[in-house]
Design a protein around this ligand. Structure first.
Ligand code: SAH
Length: 351
């Protein structure tokens, strides 16, 4: 095997970065055997930090109403094929209760940008969850809001916020979103969230239309700039009722390689093996973990609504009860020598 790769990865491990050309080279020229070596380095770093423990987050998709019209997303407002739903406070609490019984200690409330969920309503929901489950962490994933809104939700008890930046390149962003959506504002939101003391997750899709290798290299630099506590990445998957219906899906190999590089650069970062990865390959979650991921986010949403939260086609685990899902995941983890833990799983990345 090429010693240059070993040297580059050793540098990456030591300094947390490489030159653009070097990243470009790794993303384009590495062969199977070299990728395997990178993967092993990444996994061994993750093992040093987290051992064989995998953190679980219970995902509650509480609304598929969205005012945005992202070209890639199945729940974009122009998609009239979607039957829209939102969960009320009791239904959300019911998901939490079920999740709690199954050992989840983080709940992720994710939804489209739904103006029904005002600060008043969200604050009430957050406070209620915190009263019922004081030892659990709450992660919000509600998209872009105003700084004051983020502040109120934080004060109500939210601990973390996931807001993928989607792409680090503003020009590329403009090809994935309508003109009224702004890359600058999204980035600003990430900085506000950090300032307000949230544990922050950003992230991007791999293989979105028009993405270049240089864009992916930019991603790695962007992550250095933001230094998030969590990085959510997954392959782009096309959805039949979006403008990107004819576009091809992101690559499994590229997604896994990026997971490994991110682990090597950000040793303690929380890195989920996403549902999109599991959708792309039936062993996607296992492969993600073996490439350096340490978080899984199974679905706790009521089965009756799950199909309506379709961001991309073919999404897995649509019919499994939370309990079934939990067992299936544990078996998958065991098959590769890992296990889940009943913990909040806070980030050790310094804020
Ligand atoms: N409204 C929230 C949640 C968005 S859904 C927000 O704006 O943050 C969560 C993530 O799913 C998105 O950030 C996006 O990265 C991902 N996603 C959406 N459509 C996708 C697709 N077609 N393929 C893969 N991932 C997709």
């Amino acid at each position: 095997m090429d010693n240059i790769i070993k040297e580059m990865i050793a540098n990456l491990e030591k300094n947390g970065e490489l030159k653009k050309d070097e990243f470009r080279w790794i993303l384009t020229e590495t062969k199977e055997q070299e990728i395997e070596w990178i993967r092993q380095r990444a996994r061994s770093i993750a093992d040093d930090v987290y051992g064989k423990s995998i953190y679980l987050r219970g995902l509650i998709e509480f609304s598929n109403y969205c005012k945005n019209d992202c070209y890639y997303c199945g729940i974009r407002c122009s998609n009239k094929q979607v039957s829209r739903y939102r969960l009320n406070e009791n239904e959300i609490l019911e998901c939490c209760r079920e999740g709690y019984e199954l050992g989840f200690r983080t709940f992720v409330l994710q939804g489209g940008e739904d103006s029904h969920f005002t600060d008043y309503l969200m604050t009430k929901i957050i406070e209620k969850i915190k009263t019922c489950f004081p030892e659990c962490a709450i992660t919000l994933s509600l998209g872009e809001r105003e700084k004051e809104s983020y502040r109120r939700l934080k004060e109500a008890g939210a601990d973390r916020y996931l807001l993928r930046h989607e792409t680090a390149n503003p020009k590329h962003y403009a090809k994935l979103h309508p003109a009224k959506m702004s890359w600058e504002y999204r980035k600003q939101c990430l900085y506000w969230l950090k300032e307000l003391g949230y544990q922050v997750g950003c992230g991007f899709m791999v293989g979105t239309p028009y993405q270049t290798i240089d864009d992916l290299v930019e991603e790695l630099f962007f992550l250095k700039e933001i230094t998030p506590q969590m990085v959510g990445i997954g392959p782009f998957l096309s959805h039949k009722d979006t403008p990107f219906r004819m576009e091809k899906n992101g690559s499994l190999t590229m997604t896994l390689l990026l997971l490994s590089l991110i682990r090597i650069m950000h040793k303690k970062v929380l890195l989920p093996a996403t549902t999109a990865l599991a959708t792309l390959d039936k062993r996607g979650r296992e492969l993600g973990i073996l490439a350096g991921a340490n978080v899984l986010m199974p679905n706790l949403s009521p089965i009756s609504h799950r199909k309506k939260y379709t961001l991309y086609d073919g999404k897995v685990c649509m019919g499994d009860e939370a309990a079934e899902c939990r067992m299936c995941l544990e078996k998958r983890l065991e098959s590769i020598g890992y296990h889940s833990v009943v913990e909040r799983g806070d980030s050790e990345v310094i804020m």
